[in-house]
Design a protein around this ligand. Sequence first.
Ligand SMILES: [Zn+2]
Length: 147
Amino acid sequence: MKCIYCGHSESKVLDSRNSDETNSIRRRRECLNCGRRFTTYESVERVPVVVIKKDGSKQPFDREKLKRGIVKACEKRPVKMETIEEVLDSIEKKLQSMTTSEIASSRLAELVLSALKAIDEIAYVRFAMVYKNFDDTFALKSFLSML
Ligand SMILES: [Zn+2]
């Protein structure tokens, strides 16, 4: 994605938003060369991925919803929004490269967890506590001891 001001080909993504109506991703970018900011719209031909929840119900994968969960887990932690966007990008890429269009919510949570583990351990534990649905303190303790 070339900078519209100087033509430099590297930029960092400051923010991404899905637009369901136009099936595109709006990205706010900052040029790594001149530092100016610009917006790009990338059309995506995505296979809709369905998330299967524990109770068997199905839901379309929702990047914004997952983002909210990760942002919450990263609250007051030194994790940049662009890092969170990168995590989401890599997860979406993984989802798109799957051979099926369905993923168990637990598997999706594991993808997030493995990414968060490398970024921030507190955020990792927070996310794990919400998404692993620990039903007793023993399960939580044994999980924490694996860290
Ligand atoms: Zn530039």
